[in-house]
Each structure stands twice: as structure tokens, then as C-alpha cells.
Design a protein around this ligand. Sequence first.
Ligand SMILES: Cc1cc2nc3c(=O)[nH]c(=O)nc-3n(C[C@H](O)[C@H](O)[C@H](O)COP(=O)(O)O)c2cc1C
Length: 104
Amino acid sequence: MNNKNSRPEIISKELNIAEYDVIFLGFPIWWYVAPTIINTFLESYDFSNKTVVLFATSGGSGFGKTAAELKGSVSPETKIVEGKLLNGNYSTEEIEKWVNSLNL
Ligand SMILES: Cc1cc2nc3c(=O)[nH]c(=O)nc-3n(C[C@H](O)[C@H](O)[C@H](O)COP(=O)(O)O)c2cc1C
């Protein structure tokens, strides 16, 4: 996708977000931020009083303004945690250690 302003639709909206307190949200970094369909996803549900932990892959960029760009797509009662860039190979142990370090 070359148009960073496009907002593709999400086909399925059947997730029951109410069942979850913490959501791990992963995506590739595109144009230094999350692909806009991630904004669409966040706008499709009520994430109030939830914690959304971001993780991403990239070609080398960091998170930059990714978290700030996503905050506009959730209510003020949503906690967005800038998680981790997961470029490369991580063992299950490393992932567990990271998740535990978040003290969720
Ligand atoms: C439209 C588009 C924009 C991208 N923009 C960035 C970017 O700004 N920074 C970056 O580090 N990587 C960028 N990438 C690379 C992706 O983040 C990378 O391909 C993705 O994390 C998946 O990794 P893989 O190609 O090794 O599977 C972009 C890729 C595409 C297709």
C-alpha cells in the first residue's frame, strides 16, 4: 500500500473485546507508524479501561510517533503501552521475559 492516508476496512468485526483486559497489538511499521488499518481496528471497538501493548516489526525504524498516532483512535481511558520492536528471532523465553517485565 503506497497511500499512507488510505483507510482500508476491516472485514470481520466479531471480536468480543469486552472479554479482554490486555490486548497485544502487532503490526509492521509503515511510513514510521502503524498501518492505518490499525487505527481503523482501534476505532472499531471500545478499548476503554483496557491496556493495549504494541509490538511491531520494521525495516530499521523505531516506534517514533506510532503510539501517539494510535492514541487518537482510542478513548482517553485506554492505556497504550509502547511495547517492543520484535525484529529478528526471539525465543519463547525472551518473549516471556519481556511480557513479565511489563507487570500487567
Ligand atoms: C508501505 C510500506 C512502508 C514501510 N515503511 C517502513 C518504515 O517507515 N520504516 C521501516 O523501518 N520499515 C518500513 N517498512 C518495512 C516493514 O516494516 C517490514 O517490511 C515489515 O516490518 C515486515 O518485515 P519483513 O519484510 O522482514 O517481513 C515498510 C513496508 C511497507 C510495505
